[in-house]
Structures are given as C-alpha cells and as structure tokens.
Design a protein around this ligand. Structure first.
Ligand code: AMP
Length: 127
C-alpha cells in the first residue's frame, strides 16, 4: 500500500505553526491539542509530527521511537486530563478514523481521546 500525504492538510499547517492550536502536551515526535469542535468535556487530538496519513500508514512506516512516543503521550494525555480510569471510576475512549468508511476528515493520522462524560455505546446499532 502506498500513501500520499497532503502537506496542505490542516494538521500539517498546525505543525508548521501556520494555524494556532491549544496545546495539551508536546514531545519530540508528538503533539496533543484540543479538538476545535469537542464531542465530550475532554476531547484531545494526538498527532505524530511526521507525515503519516492514517493509522495503518503510521504503524507500518513510523519508527519504533515515534510509535512508542505517540502511544505513551496519548496515555499521559488521558492521565493529565483526568479521564484515565481510576478507583473512582472515570474512563475514556480513543478513536482513530481512517478513510471513507471510517469518515476520516483530516488526512493526517490522529487519535481522538474522549472522556469526561458517559460516552454510550461505541457504535450506533446496525440498521
Ligand atoms: P476525523 O473525522 O477523525 O478526521 O476528525 C478530525 C477532527 O479534527 C474533528 O474532530 C475536528 O473537529 C478537528 N479539527 C478540525 N480542524 C481543527 C483545528 N484547526 N483545530 C483543532 N481541531 C480541529
């Protein structure tokens, strides 16, 4: 599978500093920022700084360092925002939409970290 990265997508512009963002966490390889249209009290997007189109592109082409940094950062975002599961309850959901069936709008790999309310079932019941 070959992937064509569009360097003009909105997250590429955020990474270049051309569009502002509300940064939650940043590392050498990863950026986490607030979603502009939050679907839950906590809605953070975690993106790699490298040019990866979607989940499968990222896990097949990124270095082990980038992949480890990405997922560790996502876990820290859950902890830092207070949604990580604890003795008191809480909990959260991560989602990565890919391609047309996944209804991916921005063609730069990202993980949604959602929480802060009861999120309901993962998918609507099939019609
Ligand atoms: P997806 O459908 O998985 O590609 O999700 C793209 C997400 O990016 C949506 O939840 C949008 O609200 C979010 N989004 C789009 N533009 C921006 C932006 N400039 N800053 C933060 N989030 C954005």
């Amino acid at each position: 599978m070959s992937y064509e990265y569009d360097a003009e997508n909105i997250f590429a512009k955020i990474l270049r500093g051309e569009i502002p963002n509300k940064t939650v966490m940043e590392t050498e390889h990863t950026l986490a920022f607030e979603d502009i249209n939050p679907q839950a009290p906590t809605h953070v997007l975690v993106i790699p700084k490298g040019p990866y189109v979607n989940f499968d592109h990222f896990v097949s082409s990124a270095s082990d360092l980038e992949i480890a940094d990405f997922f560790r950062t996502a876990g820290k975002v859950a902890e830092q925002t207070g949604v990580a599961q604890s003795a008191e309850g809480a909990g959260f959901r991560t989602i990565s939409n890919a391609g047309p069936d996944g209804v991916q709008e921005v063609p730069h790999f990202h993980l949604h970290v959602l929480g802060g309310r009861m999120l309901g079932r993962m998918l609507p019941a099939p019609r």
